[in-house]
Design a protein around this ligand. Structure first.
Ligand code: GAR
Length: 203
């Protein structure tokens, strides 16, 4: 059986990428990472890929006149590696229709809050500042609006007395590492159905 080909976009540390690679290695995720792409040359995610070796590609934003041109270049790389599902694993750039169009309903993201609460940057700090008692993480398909597309799954994480951005982020991250590979496996099995804003899981 052919394996789902993933293209992972990551801007930094790449611990979610690592969780995906570990799940593949342990046979919990039947997929393959065909390429890892970053907008930062020094992203640890690229080094993780290189060490395996999985093709790692740095696309330099300063070489493109617009975000749309940048995304068109991204699509070329994704297509060259036969990517079927684009996985945003800590990818900190806004996506344009140049990428969303060719991969509609085939781009999936993980965000460190219970969306629609606290979209955008520093979601964990936003949650703490607001004073919520529960936060968490969300896996969702990507559409034209920021952190907005149909929600696949969420895990709740309690906010504890005395939590800092670091301590809350670490507890949420632990759950991200569990949730994301599981949802990717459901996608690989063809079990996720999107209808409007709703995603249902079919056996
Ligand atoms: C993760 O917490 C991820 O949810 C978040 O960035 C971190 C990346 O960590 N993504 C976003 O905030 C996207 N809006 P990682 O590089 O170790 O996977």
């Amino acid at each position: 059986m052919s394996r789902l080909m993933l293209g992972v976009l990551a801007s930094g540390r790449g611990s979610n990428l690592q969780a995906i690679l570990d799940a593949i290695r342990h046979g919990q995720l039947r997929a393959e990472v065909g390429v890892v792409i970053s907008n930062h040359k020094e992203a640890e995610a690229l080094a993780r890929a290189r060490s395996l070796p999985i093709p790692d590609v740095f696309i330099d934003p300063s070489l493109y006149a617009s975000r749309s041109d940048y995304d068109a270049a991204l699509v070329q790389v994704l297509k060259a590696h036969q990517v079927e599902l684009v996985v945003l694993a800590g990818y900190m750039r806004l996506l344009t229709p140049a990428l969303i169009g060719p991969y509609r309903n085939r781009i999936i993201n993980i965000h460190p809050s219970l969306l629609p609460a606290f979209p955008g940057l520093h979601a964990q700090a936003q949650a703490l500042a607001y004073g919520v008692k529960v936060s968490g993480c969300t896996v969702h398909f990507v559409d034209e609006e920021v952190d907005h597309g149909p929600i696949v799954a969420q895990t709740a994480v309690p906010v504890l007395e005395g939590d800092t951005e670091e301590s809350l982020s670490a507890r949420i991250l632990e759950q991200e590492h569990r949730l994301f590979p599981c949802m990717l496996q459901l996608y690989a099995d063809g079990k996720l159905r999107i209808e409007g804003r709703k995603v249902s899981i079919h056996e």
